[in-house]
Design a protein around this ligand. Structure first.
Ligand SMILES: NC(=O)c1ccc[n+]([C@@H]2O[C@H](COP(=O)([O-])OP(=O)(O)OC[C@H]3O[C@@H](n4cnc5c(N)ncnc54)[C@H](OP(=O)(O)O)[C@@H]3O)[C@@H](O)[C@H]2O)c1
Length: 425
């Protein structure tokens, strides 16, 4: 019970050890980098797991790098001039532990981080004009049905750009916004009604249940984001945070489109814009999840082989051929580029045309994706078996500092697959 790791009297990891005693074992200041086994021995030796300890400052976070294990702060609360910290270690492992401390003046008053770094905008406009990087955004409050996620990676979608220029002003949430729908990260706090997820779970999600109707004011392009439990799924084990972040909104859109179209095994499908974020996943879902017998798609000349590699049976080079003039007809057409009037010409009698964007022409229909963790979880076996693979544009992942550049690239409309931001730190 006498082990401790402590730095210059401001950062400590101690059991039932008087501060004075811990101080005697203190080493460096600011942050402490120590070997994990030593840290774990210290923790175990001090019976720190799930036990609270008195510290002179609270913990902002504990990360164990280069290892499967994770150690993180669970709780710290002010108690007079000192703070109480609860720390738990999930697994043992080797690697480097980095322990961060909160500013000492704030530490006696806080329970966990209260501010974070992230991207915001306070008015609608072009990315370079309105997006600002800030380092003291309030960490979102966690409602009873929500968890707080420490964001590891995020991804952009066209809706982020359209929303930022004010296209959905009438139904948007209040400004300022932290943009971002897609997230992958680690649960660091759970609301009182949350039952399926716990601290330390690695999750991914589209953080806004309805993409256009009051989407999250505080989205995923920040160090923390709050997410409703029902929108979350456990991250597939084989995927990195960047890969997982690339999926939620786009894959949920493709899945919901095929569910609404009632796509059945053995049917034929055309997907316009096969190289886009939605299209590249829709090809794989149609073929490997829904069991379509034939999947055709449209793409520009340089992307034809890539479309084949995703499983497309036929690739129409839209720069040189007009799919609406070919004789092929399809049971289901998913239009991701705004060509509904052409798509309705190639659908079979009684078939379905789902158009995600642009003007509609009957029988084409539109829906707006609904985020749903259970639906995401249904795809886990396909993701873990490699039948469906994330597609990340090769210009990324973009650094957290490059969000403006990432948005400008998204808005060229030429990305292949998804634009990912990460690591978020
Ligand atoms: N309704 C909903 O719920 C919902 C959900 C998700 C997305 N959306 C919308 O659906 C659209 C697609 O989203 P996304 O994430 O897939 O976009 P994206 O990733 O930005 O799409 C870019 C891709 O589109 C391809 N493309 C552009 N014009 C094309 C054309 N005429 N024919 C074939 N391919 C073309 C580009 O390939 P080339 O460089 O080869 O042209 C590029 O690879 C967006 O408008 C988005 O807002 C709607």
């Amino acid at each position: 019970m006498n082990a401790a790791v402590m730095t210059s009297g401001a950062l400590c990891l101690c059991g039932q050890v008087p501060i004075a005693q811990a101080s005697a074992r203190a080493s460096v200041g600011g942050s402490e980098k120590g070997r994990v086994p030593a840290l774990l021995r210290a923790v175990d030796g001090a019976s720190l797991v799930s036990k609270s300890s008195s510290c002179r400052s609270s913990y902002l976070g504990v990360q164990v790098k280069e290892t499967q294990r994770s150690a993180r702060m669970r709780k710290s609360t002010a108690s007079g001039g000192s703070a109480r910290a609860e720390i738990y270690i999930e697994e043992a492992g080797s690697g480097t532990a980095v322990i961060y401390r909160e500013d000492e003046e704030k530490s006696s008053e806080s329970s966990g981080p209260t501010t974070m770094k992230g991207w915001t905008y306070s008015e609608y406009g072009a990315a370079k004009d309105v997006l600002k990087f800030e380092d003291s955004i309030p960490v979102p409050e966690v409602k009873p049905d929500e968890v707080l996620v420490e964001v590891k990676a995020a991804a952009l979608n066209p809706v982020d750009g359209k929303r930022r220029i004010g296209k959905f002003k009438a139904t948007d949430s209040e400004l300022p916004h932290v943009p971002g729908y897609d997230v992958a990260g680690v649960v660091v706090k759970v609301g009182s009604d949350v039952t399926k997820f716990k601290e330390g779970d690695e999750i991914y999600a589209n953080v806004s249940e309805a993409a256009l109707n009051q989407p999250r004011q505080y989205g995923s392009l920040a160090q923390y984001t709050a997410v409703q439990e029902k929108l979350l799924a456990i991250k597939p084990k084989n995927l990195s945070f960047a890969e997982a972040a690339s999926l939620p909104l786009a894959i949920e859109t493709a899945q919901e489109a095929f569910d609404r179209a009632n796509l059945k095994e053995g049917q034929t499908v055309l997907i316009t814009g096969g190289a886009g974020g939605v299209g590249s996943l829709a090809i794989q879902l149609a073929k490997n999840v829904y069991g379509a017998s034939h999947v055709a798609t449209t793409a520009s000349t340089g992307k034809l082989n890539f479309m084949k590699s995703l499983g497309a049976d036929k690739v129409i080079d839209y720069k040189n051929e007009k799919f609406e003039e070919l004789s092929d007809k399809y049971d289901v057409v998913l239009d991701t580029v705004g060509e509904c009037s052409k798509c309705v010409k190639v659908v079979k009698e009684g078939g379905a045309v789902i158009a995600l964007t642009g003007a509609l022409e009957p029988p084409g229909v539109r829906f707006v994706v609904t985020s749903n963790g259970d639906n995401l979880a249904k795809l886990t076996p396909y993701l873990e078996s490699g039948k469906v693979k994330p597609v990340i544009d090769s210009k990324g992942p973009f650094k957290f500092s490059q969000v403006v550049e990432a948005f400008e690239y998204l808005e060229t409309g030429r990305a292949t697959g998804k634009i990912v931001i990460g690591p978020v730190e």
